[in-house]
Design a protein around this ligand. Sequence first.
Ligand code: GDP
Length: 424
Amino acid sequence: MKNCAIVGINWGDEGKGRMVDFLTDHYDVVVRYQGGGNAGHTVINSKGRFALHLLPSGIFRSEVVNVLGNGVALDPENLWIEMQDVLSKGIELTPKNLKISDRASLLMPWHRELDGLEENRLADKKYGSTKQGIAPFYSDKYQKKTVLAGELFYPERLHAHLQDLLEWKNLTLEKVYGAEPYTMDDLYAWVNEYCEKIKPYICDTGAYLRSAQQEGKNILFEAQLGALRDLDYGIYPYTTSSNTTAAYAPIGSGLPSLQLSDVVGVVKAYSTCVGEGPFVCEMFGEEAEKLREAGEEYGAKTGRARRVGPVDLVATRYGTEVQAATKIALTKLDVLSYMEKIPVCTHYLVDGQKTDRFPFPDALDKAEPVIEYCEGWNCDIAGVRRWEDLPEAAQKYVLMIEEAIGCKIAYVSVGPERESIILR
Ligand code: GDP
């Protein structure tokens, strides 16, 4: 597994951070290549419990070099706060083990504000943004109206660029939303307080990655969210504003010639979804509350209660295809141990037709889940480390998912800790 991407197959929160933390043992470099601080990876290891938003999950292994690629939404303020938190817990972060792409665009102070203003304007039609400024950020990036991290090394050009952007952005803030304009003083306060702090870590990460590749280093590519949130292949417009698919790794990392040798798709043993939009297999009431409690399904960034449901084989098969996964890591199997019978969404009913194909986003509103039940195993499996020690009913459940999605389940996770995993 020389070049391996770890990606989400579902709606995000599948446990990717936990898998990266586990697999980084075999890798020299870990790269984040898309997204921003709008989602969280929770990692639990001997150093403590960490909610990472932007930092790659390889930072806990001292010999791993971590890269934030050009495809990420680089929020200097949140990144610096996150770095402070990690540093305060004794994790080392130096320009040697953390490298930020000079081609990454900076998430500006107004992006977060614009996210909130737009969600308020949309009122009950809102998309359920995490208000971290990600949509306004990527819109501006595509309009070429952001600042590249490397511009911090060219103060004169930066000054002129900030002035142009300020004039342009204040038009939107004042005229569209009736909000307060920003001043150059505001922007320089932000530059000095946050951008200058992360500046020592900014470098030509593309050149670094190319040399790492030539030296035969093993590189892991880490994505945020999941296939169903991909801007192009997800449930538009209830997607994120970047590509969460493995196919984006070459562009967003700084290695355009990259050929991935492996894609590990992370699937949760049941479904969760944060925010608005169709979620065909959603459970409600007491049944949902029990699953939410058992899986501790509350957002790492927002604390929001996640919507929950049974494993959705239709969406998971689609996610596996879209990610071109070569292996699957199934996480949180232990959470289902309390169920006597385990519901599984095997098909959708769309306009009265039973289908196992994932439909066009608009058709999802009308889709109904077809639910079948598997036997539960009714015992604690958190301590199991070998496949043959898993109860037969649990093995059957894993094999049923494997067959339905057509991809080998190579890892079965039975707890949040690094070692709580079964290799198949
Ligand atoms: P990510 O963004 O995909 O990394 O996912 P999150 O961090 O949002 O959610 C995964 C949550 O599940 C974290 O709190 C993990 O510690 C936890 N977790 C991961 N794998 C397992 C597992 O196999 N069992 C249990 N009980 N918890 C797990």
